[in-house]
Ligand binder design. Structure first.
Ligand code: PEP
Length: 251
């Protein structure tokens, strides 16, 4: 099964209008990898439409960082999936550990958001990952399998509509990463779970990203791990000089 790698940048709550020059520089630098690697930038909602315009016609696409489970309604401050699509997003990150921790999002919440994203025609990039205490307790695989089972809906899941990102909570923004054997073990378990639930074709087509302190210095070795089909990158996606070597590693 051939899966085109995806390298997605999560700008989190960073970036004002002036930061769009980095998106333009990323688009310019990613052009040589068009076809070999998909590149996506997920800015804060306030920048989404401007970033989408700035990278329009390039190999870079835009994504959101979260959406509400409802398409409209009385939900002050929230953003609905059709609004993201209307602003130029092709995808949305869902269930990021910062959303799970800061906003108490459960697997059931994430699952409803995935359905909402699909309803708006967006790819759902669904994040799962264990805490350090859970890894130390030998529970990493169980936690990831459980989050995966609870966060994905039964319907509408395909290689074109869902991407899964394995992001160990303890590796996000810390400069620490799991050893390659541990990444391979989790990705292998996720692939097996997806295949068992959705069948070999769909399970084999869903891209599995690794996320958590991916940098230029470790991207090549992470890209070489079995069943790693790309990366979800936080801090190192904010500057073209940091992000483009990661894209190159996966291209
Ligand atoms: C993230 O938050 O999705 C992430 C992977 O962050 P960082 O690359 O900064 O660890």
């Amino acid at each position: 099964m051939t899966r085109t790698p995806l390298v997605a940048g999560n700008w989190k709550m960073n970036g004002l209008a002036g930061h769009l020059v980095e998106a333009q520089a990323i688009a310019a630098g990613a052009a040589v990898h068009a076809g070999a690697c998909e590149v996506m930038l997920c800015p804060p909602a306030t920048l989404l439409s401007r970033l989408a315009d700035a990278v329009s016609g390039t190999a870079v696409t835009a994504g959101g960082q979260d959406c509400h489970a409802n398409a409209t309604g009385a939900h002050t401050g929230d953003v609905a999936a059709p609004m993201l699509a209307d602003a130029g997003a092709r995808a949305v990150i869902l269930g990021h550990s910062e959303r799970r921790a800061d906003h108490g999002e459960t697997d059931a919440d994430v699952r409803a958001k995935v359905a909402a994203a699909h309803g708006a025609g967006l790819v759902a990039i669904v994040c799962v990952g264990e805490t350090e205490a859970q890894r130390d307790a030998g529970q990493a695989l169980d936690v990831v399998r459980s989050q995966l089972a609870g966060s994905l809906p039964d319907e509408g899941v395909s290689g074109a509509s869902v991407v899964v990102a394995y992001e160990p909570v303890w590796a996000i923004g810390t400069g620490r990463t799991p050893v390659e054997e541990d990444i391979a073990e989790v990705h292998g378990a996720m692939r097996a779970a997806l295949t068992a639930r959705y069948g070999a074709e769909t399970g084999g087509a869903i891209r599995l990203l690794y996320g958590g302190s991916v940098k230029a210095g470790n991207a090549v070795s992470i890209a070489g791990v079995a069943d790693v089909d790309g990366a979800l990158v936080g801090g190192a996606s904010l500057k073209a000089a940091d992000f483009l070597p990661i894209v190159e590693a996966f291209a």
